[in-house]
Design a protein around this ligand. Structure first.
Ligand SMILES: [Zn+2]
Length: 528
């Protein structure tokens, strides 16, 4: 995780943006049950016993006998393409992130409102409550859906990574006793799994997203077909991201020009540590691309899913016409023009009700993971899934009061939604500022900085001094600790940890190559 902090000096509007790479592995072990079902309620009744009121589908034990009853056509939970297919008269479509469509009741208040046996009202979703089918195991759910939650409150919901991304779930188990040199921070006793996959000749980058739901997952090494082995511990500092994300583990290659020789056609292997059972397979996705990593290559876009969580007057309806929001996007595009990258498709979601009340002001980093876990699949096409979730909150407070934005990963997860590590959060605190601070421009730069982390960029120099990114072509600051920031050669870089009201920000060629290597940056018109 990387944070962006601010520090208000006596008479300069100077903002401090520091990275904190804490070991948050303890904070990310919550199971998927902590998502939509109980996000509306601090009590977080994960067992869905029915006593949790708003915290889970309002099932009770009498429902469980009906759990595995097949969903009848037209009932809630059934496939649909239009409203008239549904007894409820309401169909959530494939394009809205529900594979094959989903008949449901929007804004139900109890299961009495739902159509069909074995359904329940899932409360606390964005924009309202939904009727969903209950389940015991994944096999009870339709293709593209998984059984979320535990106990009698489990319900079918679009799966973590749906079939359009072709996740593979297969690995060899390597017993810990057979591993002599595996050591990774505080989790050196994890058992190890190995996966293998092919990369096409002509590829310029690859991105592996592996997960082991409910278990810590840490990549240890990647073995290229001929270029040899990269230990994650020596591969820049990419290692802290998988620890902080816990269950998902994104790895981007190359992480700068020094690593391009590790991208080649042929069979790759990767080894991961997990605390999951030996019998359980890892699941993973591999994205490869072949476009130029240079800004002289074809133009690329990044699609953004904005979630408005008390962002100073912005809503899904008002954002497009709001001058401050327009200037924010212009500021973002100005930063990334150096990489020949612009904002592509933008989706807008309002966050309301209990979720808004809980997350509009964020007080500690655990809340960031809980909030981004509420992101939802913005569609089921490959192009729609390759989009970044950006949560625009009112501000940070408490022990996080100096923070302006937090990216959950360096890089973050690409292609999946609804998990810890599938988004970034930034503050609208300065959005309406004028005078000394050009608020929209600054907030656009904060978003650009956080997205930089999410795409795989580290700070050029860490605020504490003495730590730098892995790139040869970014400047470094040797005096950052003493506060003479203007003397820093990397002061105007996007990834400098301290921001002020700078009119333009720089990116090095090495940084551009990482930005363009990430599968979230894609050719105009989408990735095939
Ligand atoms: Zn940062």
């Amino acid at each position: 995780m990387s944070e962006l902090r601010r520090l208000n000096l006596a008479f300069a509007a100077l903002l401090l943006l520091a990275a904190a790479c804490g070991d948050d592995s303890e904070g990310t072990q919550a199971s998927v049950t902590a998502d939509a079902a109980d996000a509306g309620e601090g009590s977080g009744s994960a067992d869905g016993s029915g006593s949790g009121a708003d915290a889970s589908p309002d099932s009770d034990s009498s429902d469980t006998a009906a759990d595995t009853t097949p969903v009848e056509p037209g009932d809630d939970g059934a496939a649909c393409t239009q409203n008239t297919d549904c007894a409820s008269g309401f169909c959530l479509t494939d394009e809205q992130g529900f594979p094959g469509g989903l008949c449901t009741v929007f804004d139900c208040s109890s299961r009495q409102d739902c159509f069909g046996v074995g359904t329940a009202c899932l409360r606390g979703q964005f924009n309202g409550n939904l009727c969903v089918p209950l389940c015991v195991v994944d096999a009870d759910c339709r293709e593209g859906y998984e059984c979320r939650g535990t106990g009698t409150g489990s319900y079918c919901y679009p799966s973590f990574a749906n079939s359009n991304l072709d996740p593979v779930c297969a690995s060899d188990f390597i017993a810990a006793d057979d591993v002599t040199n595996f050591s990774f921070g505080g989790v050196s006793r994890l058992d190890r799994h190995r996966i293998a996959f092919d990369v096409p000749t002509g590829s310029t980058s690859l991105f592996v997203l592996a997960w082991d739901q409910g278990h810590t997952l840490v990549p240890d090494l990647i073995r290229a077909p001929t270029a040899g082995e990269l230990q994650m511990q020596t591969y820049a500092s990419y290692l802290f991201t998988p620890i902080s994300l816990g269950e998902v583990s994104p790895v981007l290659l190359p992480g700068g020009p020094d690593y391009t020789q590790y991208v080649e056609g042929g069979r790759y292997e990767m080894e991961f540590g997990t605390d999951g059972p030996a019998t359980e397979d890892l699941c993973y996705l591999v994205f490869t691309e072949s476009e130029s990593l240079s800004a002289t290559g074809e133009p690329l876009v990044v699609d953004l899913n904005f979630y408005f969580v008390g962002a100073d007057g912005l809503t899904a309806d008002s954002a497009v016409g709001d001058p401050a929001f327009t200037r924010l996007i212009d500021s973002f595009n100005a930063v990334y023009s150096t990489a020949n990258l612009t904002v592509g498709e933008v989706r807008y979601f309002d966050v309301g009700g209990d979720i808004l009340a809980r997350f509009q002001v964020i007080r500690d980093s655990d809340e960031v993971y809980e909030l981004v876990k509420l992101s939802r699949q913005p569609g089921s096409s490959r192009d729609a899934l390759l989009s970044a979730n950006v949560f625009f909150i009112e501000g940070f407070a408490g022990q996080s009061s100096s923070v302006l934005g937090i990216s959950t990963g360096i890089p973050g997860a690409a292609g999946v939604h609804g998990q810890a590590g599938t988004g970034l959060v930034f503050s609208a605190e300065y959005l309406r500022q004028t005078g000394n601070v050009n608020g929209p421009q600054l907030v656009g730069q904060v978003l650009a900085h956080e997205l930089g982390h999410y795409l795989g960029l580290f700070h050029t120099t860490e605020q504490s001094g003495g730590q730098f990114d892995q790139l040869d072509d970014t400047e470094r600051c040797s005096t950052i600790e003493n506060g003479n920031l203007g003397a820093c050669a990397d002061y105007n870089n996007l990834m400098f940890p301290i921001a002020a009201t700078r009119t333009s920000l720089e990116l090095s060629d090495g940084q551009v190559s990482i930005i363009r290597a990430n599968p979230l940056t894609k050719p105009v018109g989408g990735r095939r």
